[in-house]
Design a protein around this ligand. Structure first.
Ligand SMILES: Cc1cc2nc3c(=O)[nH]c(=O)nc-3n(C[C@H](O)[C@H](O)[C@H](O)COP(=O)(O)OP(=O)(O)OC[C@H]3O[C@@H](n4cnc5c(N)ncnc54)[C@H](O)[C@@H]3O)c2cc1C
Length: 320
């Protein structure tokens, strides 16, 4: 059985990993230069910065086992304990990648075939799948089974481009999935910031959801900040030129960190975290050999996206 998984974020990587270790032949496709999706890490002027997901927790036994493998391999370590103000539950351990978040999903697929820079433009089903990239110089790819792990609006766009029809109710449920947006500002800092370890502030200002010094976080030898805007800020300033967005964020951040931003870049996350999900961890069509997964199904976190990928893999296996 030849299975193609489109999207090499944590959902696609965990799905491909699970299928492959049960003996299936899997190929991953991703439009980006490298795997990892929203578990993204960037190197900037010698500093290392996580610019998507910042940490993860592990509550489910299955994800705990996967995290243990990362920890045993020296890839992941605890970062801090989180205690909700209004909760009587025990504090939750939050972990980070030793060299940032991106190596973690990539570790899962280190021995699997992947075509990066492969934008899936169109799909066709005639008993098996044909997958076409937007690039005429790349050959189409055949698959017996197709797994899509893109953010849900991108799945729907792909279906529309492909003229692929779904049951009316399923389409309606997929159309209800909603994501927040986020503008991330990444900056190297003139000096180590005034934050103390573990090195972050959550919701320090109405425009900011997150502010972190990657030096205190322990992933960068140099001080460098990751700033995540609120959804409201991102929507208001989405189409503004970068310099205008910087002019709004810079004074807030420099004040909170007590130092200057030197080099900077902005990244716009159009689909940051789902606030409304599909309502099931994955969707599967045995007849048309199609499975949909990702955080728009499982829920907006690294753990839930990974579980969505693993459960989708179980369903594919049981249908073969
Ligand atoms: C700013 C931000 C902060 C976050 N913070 C946290 C956090 O601290 N903790 C936490 O647990 N979660 C956090 N999250 C959420 C978490 O990152 C996601 O829930 C999770 O990583 C989603 O994984 P995924 O595999 O479902 O999707 P993705 O990681 O988005 O993977 C989808 C992949 O599909 C690819 N793709 C899309 N379209 C195509 C196409 N047409 N052809 C080929 N490939 C395509 C993309 O390149 C991408 O690699 C954060 C997210 C953001 C954006």
């Amino acid at each position: 059985m030849n299975i193609v998984v489109v999207g090499a974020g944590i959902a696609g990587c965990s799905c491909a990993w699970e299928l492959s270790r049960h003996g299936h032949s899997v190929l991953l496709l991703d439009k980006a230069r490298k795997a990892g999706g929203r578990m993204a890490t960037k190197v900037m002027q010698g500093a290392r910065l996580d610019h998507g997901a910042q940490f993860f927790s592990a509550r489910d036994e299955r994800f705990i086992a996967l995290v243990k493998a990362w920890r045993d391999a020296g890839r992941a370590v605890p970062w801090f304990l989180y205690e909700a103000d209004d909760s009587e539950d025990l504090p939750v351990e939050r972990l980070r990648g030793v060299e940032g978040m991106n190596p973690l999903p990539r570790e899962l697929i280190s021995s699997l075939p992947i075509s990066t820079n492969f934008y899936v433009d169109r799909i066709e089903f005639d008993g098996s799948w044909n997958i076409f990239s937007g690039d005429d110089t790349l050959e189409s790819i055949e698959a017996d089974h197709l797994v899509l792990t893109l953010p849900v609006p991108q799945i729907l766009n792909l279906f529309e481009r492909s003229n692929f029809r779904l049951n009316h109710q399923v389409w309606a449920d997929l159309s209800k999935v909603v994501y927040t947006r986020c503008i991330a500002l990444l900056g190297t800092l003139a000096e180590v910031s005034s934050l103390s370890p573990p090195g972050f502030l959550a919701f320090p200002h109405p425009c900011l959801d997150w502010l972190c010094d990657n030096f205190h976080k322990g992933i960068s030898a140099q001080s460098a900040c990751t700033v995540h805007s609120s959804d409201e800020f991102a929507r208001r300033n989405w189409d503004s030129p970068d310099l205008e967005v910087l002019a709004l964020l810079r004074p807030l951040v420099e004040d909170l960190l007590s130092t200057r931003i030197v080099e900077w870049s902005l990244h716009r996350w159009r689909f940051a975290k789902p606030t409304v999900t599909f309502g099931a961890s994955f969707w599967h069509d045995s007849e048309r050999k199609l499975t949909l997964a990702g955080d728009g199904f499982g829920g907006g976190s690294v753990e839930r996206a990974a579980l969505s990928g693993l459960q989708a893999a179980d369903r594919v296996r049981s249908s073969l």
